[in-house]
Write a new protein. Structure first.
Length: 483
């Protein structure tokens, strides 16, 4: 009789998804009741107790539920803040990751520990230790700013990547991950399209009036943000999901599945366009190029390259479709003279001068929103980074950026190495899709700080672990019929 692994508990990933969906449903109904009453006081929190207690019990029984909840929750908790203003919903991420890590500690086996013997684990530890050292950076004396900012920079990574290395070891784990990101892609896109074609609700309008109007209503044209932090994050996440769908539509599946995947890609691309963001176009371009080369199929390589060149020429050398706001915004993404690009380059030049003599950077929490909150009036508080990598560089210096790049380089190299070893067509197609999406997000992160923001932070950290251990999911080809 086979013994179920200690970290699996009594539920399979498929059953776990139903439990998580049930918890989200219960929480949603509770929130609707609280909102209907019109007050979110301490007494109202009692409505959430069944979901909270149930989640804790499930996580300690099966840690995989914890990481699945983390992925699901990352999609919508920022949007919830528009309905429950001031609630520290982001701390739920910290709580769930802590409980999941704690439950894993009590279930560790020799096999679990062996899973951690991987370059991505060691480079992540190195990066985390460096960011701990940054708490003593004399350039940034306010520890509270460091404590808030370090969460997205390294604290979530040092928990998520080891958890993924331990918990994502079977094909069913990989499939569960794909089901979540593809399912939320459809829901997110539909909600964004609703905002454009039907309108925003009262809570979303309140958010626009308070803070979002200046960047989300341009020329009387709304930029869809769905339930994400902003339109840029929404657009990039939709382009990432569209790429996943698109690569799968070229995969070794039935005609029916290919059509469904293609429809999913189209829907997410429409969502991407409704965001009015320019960065997402790089995710699709880079991801498709990656797929064409990794697939090693010359029947599609030449036509695929031709199609990319045609699209590029259409955007670069014509003005066709400029009356359409979405097409116009995408076209500006490849204009080297575009005003916002020139401003960003000028800001980077200023940062380069400012960081002279600061090999460890200005300190974590000294840029963007945390700088404006904890270091008002400082030089960096008024100088936006406008890029994930520029943010890492500004706060951690050239030394920190080099360590961070080391972890990314490991994934980039090992991803290709592992893809070449894969034999199962379904697994290979999915890993190529993840790899292309990962590179696409890296490309987009040069222009927007999307890599470390929800939900992409969770998706990228788990993808880094999966790409580093991709051969674990390489089951016999007979498994293809079950997917």
């Amino acid at each position: 009789m086979a013994v179920r692994p200690a970290t699996q508990g009594f539920m399979t990933p498929q059953v776990s998804n139903y439990f998580i969906a049930g918890l989200i449903f219960i929480t949603g109904v509770s929130m609707a009741m609280v909102l209907a009453i019109g007050s979110v006081g301490v007494g109202s929190l009692v409505a959430f107790l069944p979901a909270v207690v149930g989640l804790i019990v499930l996580i300690f029984n099966n840690p995989f539920i914890g990481i699945l909840f983390y992925i699901n929750y990352s999609y919508f908790f920022i949007g919830l803040n528009r309905y429950i203003i001031g609630a520290p919903l982001g701390l739920t991420v910290d709580g769930v990751l802590f409980l999941t890590t704690l439950s894993i500690v009590f279930k560790l086996t020799k096999d679990n520990i062996k899973n951690l013997h991987n370059g991505i684990f060691y480079t992540t530890i190195l990066w985390f230790l460096y960011t701990l050292f940054q708490a003593f950076n004399p350039e940034a004396p306010k520890l509270q700013a460091w404590a808030y900012a370090v969460r997205g920079i390294s604290f979530y990574a040092i928990q998520t990547i080891p958890l993924a290395l331990i918990l994502f070891t079977k094909k069913e784990n990989l499939n569960a991950f794909f089901n979540i990101l593809m399912g939320w892609g459809i829901v997110s896109s539909l909600w964004g399209m609703k905002q454009i074609y039907i309108g925003v609700d009262a809570y979303e309008k309140g958010w626009l009036d308070r803070e979002g109007k200046t960047t989300h209503i341009l020329g009387n044209q709304l930029r869809a943000f769905s339930f994400f932090s902003d339109a840029s994050q929404f657009g990039v996440t939709m382009s990432y999901t569209a790429l996943i769908y698109l690569v799968l539509s070229f995969g070794p599946y039935s005609r029916k599945k290919k059509i469904l995947y293609a429809l999913g890609a189209m829907l997410c691309l429409v969502g991407m366009g409704s965001s009015g963001s320019r960065g997402p176009v790089f995710v699709v371009f880079v991801g498709i190029l990656c797929y064409l080369f990794l697939a090693r199929n010359f029947k599609i390589l030449i036509p695929g390259m031709g199609a990319i060149l045609i699209v590029f020429a259409f955007l670069k050398f014509t003005y066709i479709g400029n009356t359409n706001y979405q097409i116009y915004r995408i076209r500006t993404a490849i204009d080297p003279k575009e005003a916002s690009l020139l401003v960003r380059l000028a800001n980077q030049a200023k940062l380069k001068t400012y960081l002279i003599g600061k090999p460890f950077g200005a300190g974590i929490g000294t840029t963007d929103v945390w700088a404006r909150r904890y270091y008002p009036g400082s030089y960096l508080a008024s100088l936006p980074t406008d890029s994930w990598f520029v943010k890492i560089w500004a706060e951690n210096g050239v030394i920190g950026l080099s360590i961070y790049a080391l972890a990314l380089a490991w994934v980039i190299v090992m991803g290709v190495v592992n893809i070449r070893k894969l034999q199962n067509p379904d697994t290979r197609q999915k890993i190529i899709a993840l790899y292309g999406g990962f590179l696409g997000i890296l490309a987009a992160s040069f222009g927007n700080p999307v890599f470390g923001q929800a939900p992409l932070g969770a998706l990228m950290y788990i993808s880094m672990a999966i790409l580093s251990t991709a051969t674990l999911f390489d089951e016999p080809e007979t498994s293809l019929s079950t997917n």
